[in-house]
Design a protein around this ligand. Structure first.
Ligand code: FO1
Length: 306
């Protein structure tokens, strides 16, 4: 069994590649839930849904939401003066409605997630990092924002002064998370943000130690090439969390206690020596995943490296 730790858009491509190589049943994904938000009383779990839609083969080309979705409900809500900056499509809304109904009935998020993915024909186990509420709060010069407000409403345009993971100290890993990591043949840290995606998963009490105990079977993939994030504002999150550099070497340093190997892009070959100096084995390859073939190729490289 392979276990992947993943955020949303970037991580889900690696998840897709791994599933294609080992088969969906041989993969378990532990997913960040600190980006979750409530809209119109509905619980939206973007990273879980992105991974689920990717594995179900229904994700839109933009990397989130359902392919060929329409936005009639959102248009209607806007007519009534509701905020409509978060693109919830009509088909996507069914996911959030079902989740919200089941949560209100007292069902745990991990259980609802399992129902959703099975109904969509996904054979990979998707585990939320926790069933407890953890939320990323971002402070900029103009105020405090939820993760989705910062990223989507304000377009990640502002520098970050502070990042707080509200509720993380009191969160427990969701059922199966620690066991899956403990029994995995390999633990893959996907190329998601080391601060607000993988960092939050590792921040759930017990998870970092569980991965560290498997360090020789754990490998991370760099989300940074030549000092720039492959996608998203990872540089702002790194700076906001107090890291001086946005580089592959910096990633390896953040993960040095939990992974024995680190995959970085060939364009960052000059950083390989500094990665090795951290006690982490560098693995050089092309980490870009523009299509399914590239995802599969990178997944093979990652698994072969172990
Ligand atoms: N990202 C956007 O940039 N704009 C959106 O309107 C948007 C809507 C959305 C709806 C459902 C969903 O599951 C994800 C959505 N995302 C949207 C992606 C999401 O904001 C982020 O990519 C993740 O939270 C980061 O991993």
């Amino acid at each position: 069994m392979i276990v992947a730790l993943s955020g949303g858009t970037g991580g889900s491509k690696m998840v897709d590649g791994l599933a294609r190589v080992v088969g969906q049943r041989e993969l378990t994904v532990v997913v960040n839930t600190a980006d979750d938000s409530d809209f119109y009383g509905l619980r939206v779990c973007p990273d879980l849904d992105i991974c689920m839609y990717v594995l179900a083969g229904v994700v839109a080309d933009r990397g989130w939401g359902y392919a060929d979705d329409t936005f009639r409900c959102l248009e209607g809500l806007e007519t009534y003066g509701q905020p409509a900056w978060f693109g919830l499509g009509d088909r996507d809304l069914a996911t959030h409605l079902h989740r919200t109904v089941r949560l209100a009935e007292g069902t745990a998020l991990s259980e609802v997630t399992d129902e959703l993915r099975r109904r969509l024909g996904v054979e990979t186990r998707l585990l939320p990092m926790t069933d407890d509420p953890v939320r990323t709060a971002i402070t900029t010069a103009t105020g405090e924002r939820t993760f989705q407000e910062y990223l989507v409403k304000h377009g990640a345009a502002e520098d970050i002064e502070r990042i707080e993971l509200v509720g993380i100290e009191d969160a427990a890993p969701a059922p199966g998370v620690i066991e899956a990591i403990g029994q995995a043949d390999a633990v893959v840290l996907c190329p998601s943000s080391p601060v607000v995606s993988i960092g939050t998963i590792l921040g759930v009490p017990g998870v970092r130690d569980a991965v560290a105990a498997r360090r020789d079977r754990a490998i991370a993939v760099s989300p940074i090439i030549a000092g720039r994030p492959v996608e998203g504002p990872a540089h702002r999150f790194l700076a906001g969390a107090g890291y001086a550099e946005c580089s592959a070497r910096q990633m390896a340093e953040i993960y040095a206690d939990v992974v024995g190997s680190f995959v970085l892009d060939e364009r960052d070959e000059s950083e390989a020596e500094a990665v090795a100096a951290l006690g982490v084995r560098p693995v050089l390859t092309d980490v870009l995943m523009p299509d399914h073939d590239a995802r599969e190729r990178l997944a093979r490289t990652v698994l072969d490296a172990l």
